[in-house]
Design a protein around this ligand. Sequence first.
Ligand SMILES: [Zn+2]
Length: 309
Amino acid sequence: MLVRLTSDWQEVLRRRAAASNPFPPPVRALMGEMAAAGVLMQSNINFAGALILQTHGDGPVKLAVAEVQPDLAFRVTATVIGEVPEGARLEAMLNVHGKGRCAITLDPQDRRPGQQPYQGVVALHGDRREPLQELSEVLEHYMLQSEQLDTRLILAADDNVAAGLLIQRLPVEGAGNLQGTGPRNEDDIGVNEAFNRIAHLAATLTREELLTLDADTILRRLFWEEPLRRFPVQAGDHGPRFVCSCSRERVGSMLIGLGREEVDGIIAEQGRVEIACEFCGLKYHFDPVDVGGLFVPQLNQAPGSSTLN
Ligand SMILES: [Zn+2]
């Protein structure tokens, strides 16, 4: 599977630059790779809910998040708390003290109250505790652990394109896998000759090629000796695109969560509350009247009933 995010990825960066300080280049590259990886993973598992990719750092980057909906709408952001060195890779951004983590969350659309979303977490180091420098290595590790499937992932992003190539060995047989006749541990995986050949070819793809070549050219260059069957491109309304799901209502709920005292404190200090969406930069304003409306006591309301106004 191959993804190329272009105008929608540029839109993410443009909005950020318009709303506040642009992210440092290494962080922009990380966010682009996360967006591309998130789209690939969501397309791959076809999950009926949001796939959320988060890297939690112990260095200058505290958090980076990519969220991809089942219809491939994506959004991405990061929280930077320190100086990001030029050319910084994963370790220097997120894993300075070895505590960086990558979390993959699947949040079902029809989640029942109290039901926890599924979450898998992997460290940002390899089996011999060597720090990993590429997000792709971290995610390959995660997919090997969680799905027990060999995966090769190649990711690259600059300010124009965020792209990724995912090669995954298909399960032996759906039922065979469930019966436990498939590979059982990580050592047994990787013995599949066909997968190894394809994965090896894929690994020769350079970041430059991934960023600059179209899908057909990449496929021809890598797999010209293999029989190819090309699936239709998912683009436009059916493809990955930048959509932010923020709303005034959600920001209001967040303010209610902060508590009246806290919010009144902000009003006293600044006259109003201004919250900018971290994902799209949209600013939401709440004046004292709005805030009063948020904290109207819900009297005479039986549990489970709702008021219309
Ligand atoms: Zn937003």
